[in-house]
Write a new protein. Structure first.
Length: 311
């Protein structure tokens, strides 16, 4: 059982496409070796809504249609490949197909549902690592769940262009469970327009707060700006090659760009080797400012004269 699919119905977790109780299915996974990796989507996906169902798209082992931009997260994180100790993949869906402000509210309910799943898995196997991968507004689900799970239930979180405010993240990561978790904040200036729109459509709890695309100053948070050449060089030194960005604006680049998902697999399956301190060494002190990519001058490739060599 490499992958189980769970959805949030309000604050209650239910199996996707199955009448069986979540607790009974989770109990059957106790004997599997390897980490637990939970994956949840962001805005505009919703379970059981045709091509917008995440379980047919990014949360599937094999594509079943979907949006046409799918990158099957479970497979690319090492599941369904017949390897020993693959672990357990949990694909967690929630209804984010609504107005943005409604999705923001639903994410909190879904976070409470996810917390029940995480708590159950942790209770069954306290020594088993539980990691999380999420995109966009899915980070709101994860941060809410941290407020309702026991300390030590969550180990490492990867947030790809997360849609949330710095204050919200700090509150979650300074909670009893949050202090024991590591948060890798994957950003890109390709996402600036989406951060800008989020700030205008979802009011922060504290006026003047900024989204996490600007970085967060906490000991257990590491920000990796994936359109920064210096960051890509540091990742390459650690053994993973990520293709440089090709667009000025893109919301999906942080998982669609070649090399990103193998890097995340390494981060989640080799946490002891790829520590935050090791990853942090050689990185820029702060992310590039907003709009720096959108208004940057285009790179001009000058033609070589006939007498010149390429290098």
């Amino acid at each position: 059982m490499a992958l189980i699919r769970i959805n949030a119905q309000g604050e209650t977790p239910v199996m996707h496409g199955s009448p069986h109780p979540v607790a009974s299915i989770l109990k059957q996974t106790q004997s599997t070796d390897g980490p637990v990796i939970v994956m949840t989507h962001g805005y505009k996906f919703a379970p059981n809504q045709g091509s917008n169902c995440p379980h047919r798209d990014i949360l599937s082992l094999q594509p079943e249609g979907g949006t046409g931009i799918a990158s099957q997260w479970p497979y690319q994180l090492g599941f369904g490949q017949g390897n020993q100790a693959e672990g357990l993949a949990i694909a967690f869906g929630w209804d984010a197909r609504c107005a943005l402000w409604q999705a923001h509210r639903r994410a909190k309910l879904a976070g409470k549902a996810l917390a029940k799943v995480l708590s159950r898995v942790h209770q069954q196997s306290p020594q088993r690592p539980i990691h999380i991968l999420t995109h966009s507004m899915g980070v709101e689900v994860i941060l809410e769940s941290l407020l309702h799970v026991p300390p030590g239930a969550v180990d490492r979180i990867i947030s790809m262009t997360g849609a949330t405010y710095q204050g919200r993240l700090i509150a979650a990561l300074t909670s009893p469970s949050g202090r024991q978790a590591e948060f890798i904040n994957i950003t890109s200036r390709e996402n600036d327009i989406f951060d800008f729109l989020y700030e205008r459509m979802v009011a922060p709890a504290v006026p003047g707060d900024r989204v996490i695309g600007h970085g967060v100053n906490l000991r257990n948070v590491l920000t990796l700006q994936l359109d920064c050449p210096k960051t890509l060089k540091q990742i390459a030194r650690l053994g993973q090659i990520i293709a440089p960005p090709q667009r000025r604006i893109c919301h999906w680049s942080t998982y669609m760009r070649p090399g990103t998902m193998p890097f995340y697999q390494d981060l989640l399956r080799n946490r002891e080797k790829l520590t935050l301190d090791l990853l942090r060494s050689g990185l820029p002190e702060a992310p590039a400012p907003r709009w720096s990519r959108l208004f940057a001058r285009p790179t001009v490739v000058r033609p070589l004269f006939l007498t010149q060599k390429p290098s």
